[in-house]
Ligand binder design. Structure first.
Ligand code: C2O
Length: 502
């Protein structure tokens, strides 16, 4: 295994992905941000230098397990302090599983301002090797003309009369660059789709080609045909698209933004207009066709996908973690989101540092502050039940582990009944799952990765509202953990009470 190195300066740069110019957070004076590309087993090193002048920053590597480097996971106030201007922090970790991932800022709602990119882990033992000729990344996102701080302040403000997150101004593909794939008869293309959005899910169709889905969120699945897919924020699908013998023209990728309403309801599912955001181009001399229409968005139901290895559901669980979430107001009338009636409050001392420095006390949830803490012992099988009291759908993401999706309740069925469930025998493994409106999901994971791991809605605006819980996995194995000097220097500079466990 090798090492891949990136030296990145993070700074504001000017960009206009949809024709509207604004400042975005870029890397090495450029934007879109560069990809990270590695092979399974490699060590990835990112030297991150904050040149933003007016904001702190940090990076999270979404879907990467971070075994055994929980202090490299990246969320500010959780596994490190925010990196202040003119400071640097080195991230170093191993990529132990192949797939399509992404990296993004996990600091102050910053990634919708642009600090995000693809993270591809190649697999020399890819079971689908030989089935495709070329591969491409298709990153979709919602896009805002205002900067995130403005958008978040407006959303939280008591003068906002509804709990709605800000509406995106546009939808982008590959950060406005689009994607044209030259189509050759007889060839197959692997398309690695990622949704970078802060709010919107996207519906995708490669008219008129059927996709063969081979991976969800960095886990191989048994191949499944899909005419349409829906990617919630942070979800990924790897699909194969083949040029058929009857192909003769140019075919658009149809992408439609869905602001997380109930796409299964008869009235909602027809209403989203689509954009033409890329093409399979067979004949460049012919015009790019924008005449095809989507009469109905009816994406494949991903809850029945099967893991490639056929793994069975964990047979039972040791711990039940039950989360009811809804929107709520804080005592000053600011809009928040609550998990079991408490909103998440970001900590000055990163939660992992608290776990590392409190000795025997670190198994006591009360020491962690208002982070909706949950303690799991090493190797516990944890069943997470998420009850969505709200009437829109929410994509939940777990750091540090993939989970099995045992059951996803249909829209509107209410809370987990707690009995008579029909669990999938061979559930899909994912790191981000959609919980339907006024419904629930039952997930299981095995706490094999000591660390402090967030479990949160990946609508970034809801993170800023506090829709987050914290799992402290194997606290007994975190005692006396130490942290790199540059991470501690960042804490000192931003004035956290934590001064290192020297
Ligand atoms: Cu993609 Cu908590 O993150």
């Amino acid at each position: 295994a090798g090492t891949v190195n990136y030296d990145w300066n993070v700074s504001w740069v000017w960009a206009s992905p949809d024709g509207f110019g604004r400042s975005v957070v870029g890397i090495n004076n450029g934007w879109p941000c560069p990809p990270i590309e590695a092979t399974v087993g490699d060590t990835v090193v990112v030297n991150l230098n904050n040149k933003l002048n007016n904001q702190t920053t940090g990076l999270h590597f979404h879907g990467i397990s971070q075994v055994p480097t929980p202090n490299m996971d990246g969320p500010s106030g959780v596994t490190q302090c925010a990196i202040p201007p003119n400071s640097s922090v080195k991230y170093q970790f191993t990529v132990d599983a192949p797939g399509t991932y992404w990296y993004h800022s996990h600091n102050m709602g910053q990634y919708p301002d642009g600090l995000r990119g693809s993270l591809i882990v190649k697999d020399p033992n890819d079971p689908y090797q030989g089935r495709y000729d070329e591969e491409h990344v298709l990153a979709v996102s919602d896009w805002y003309h205002n900067d995130s701080i403005t958008v978040v302040q407006d959303m939280l403000s008591p003068s906002n009369t509804r709990f709605l997150p800000p509406m995106p101004d546009n939808i982008t593909v590959n950060e406005g660059r689009g994607l044209h794939i030259n189509l050759t008869q007889g060839k197959t293309y692997r398309i690695r789709m990622i949704n970078y959005a802060a709010f919107g899910a996207v519906m995708v169709q490669f008219d008129p080609h059927t996709m063969k889905v081979i991976m969800n969120d960095g886990a191989y699945i048994k191949e499944e045909d899909a005419r349409q897919l829906r990617l919630a924020p942070a979800q990924r699908y790897d699909v194969l698209v083949s040029a058929t013998d009857s192909d003769s023209g140019n075919y658009p990728f149809l992408v439609s933004l869905d602001v997380n309403r109930d796409w299964t309801s008869a009235t909602e599912k027809k209403t989203w207009a689509h954009n033409y955001t890329g093409y399979l181009v067979m004949d460049a001399s012919q015009p790019l066709n924008t005449t095809s229409v989507v009469n109905e968005w009816k994406p494949v139901d991903d809850a029945h996908f099967k893991p490639y290895d056929g793994a069975a559901a964990y047979g039972s669980y040791d711990k039940l973690m039950k989360l009811d979430f809804n929107f709520c107001l804080d005592q000053n009338g600011y809009h928040r989101s609550c998990v079991n009636n408490l909103t998440y409050i970001g900590q000055k001392v990163p939660t992992l540092y608290s776990a590392a420095t409190t000795g025997d006390q670190n198994t006591n949830p009360a020491i962690y502050g208002q982070v909706n803490p949950f303690i799991a012992n090493y190797n516990d099988t944890v069943q997470i039940v998420v009850n969505n009291i709200d009437a829109t759908s929410h994509p939940f993401h777990l750091h540090g582990h993939h989970f099995q999706v045992l059951e996803r309740g249909a829209s509107g069925v209410g809370k987990w009944p707690g009995k008579n469930e029909t669990y999938a025998a061979n559930p899909p493994m994912r790191d981000t799952v959609v919980v339907m409106p006024k419904s629930y999901a039952v997930l299981r994971f095995r706490a094999t990765n000591p660390g402090v791991w967030l479990f949160h809605c990946h609508i970034e605006w809801h993170v800023e509202m506090g829709l987050t819980a914290t799992i402290i996995a194997a606290p007994e194995r975190l005692r006396n953990m130490t942290f790199p000097d540059d991470h501690i220097a960042a804490c000192k500079k931003i004035g956290t009470p934590y001064q290192g466990n020297a």
